[in-house]
Design a protein around this ligand. Sequence first.
Ligand code: MG
Length: 197
Amino acid sequence: MGGGQSRRGKPGKRRAVPAHRRRAAPKPARGAMVGLNLRIGHGYDLHRLEAAGPGRLLRIGGVVFASDVAAVGHSDSDALLHAITDAVLGALALPDIGQLFPDTDERWRGADSAVFLGEALRLATDAGWRVGNVDATVVLERPKIGERKDEVRASVARILKIEAGRVNVKGKTHERVDAVGEGRAIEAHAVVLLVRE
Ligand code: MG
């Protein structure tokens, strides 16, 4: 039995490898994301606005807004949650929300968009990522979201299972220009940072 064997498995007692025997670390392939512990994703969405009514309410980030118009679409048409969902999926380089939850699938008719974001979060978590922060902008002529921004932030944070301080939501108008500015559509932009667990 060699003397070295008895020391095996004891951390801190390994014999140093002489410099001439040390192997150089293999060179990373060109473009390889070695040691990258962050991923960024971007999402965008737009929905047409039409008269609100029973079963058609304006939802922004999971919060219902009192409004005479509401977004039209296959699900509950929450443009902000859709943009954030696409940002998470984009950071993971996965297919987008329209591919994962096609509007030809009856399962998603009138669906709560929190389900889509929850699924994107599950995919991120399963792949070893957590949400670092979210920054989003909602472009809407009316109603103004300003007064209820904190509610929207808290709602998004709840769906993402993070604290509200990691979610930012800005409200803007489109200066009465084009469809969004004429109050015929709502637009949302989002950026999400994922951090390696
Ligand atoms: Mg959408």
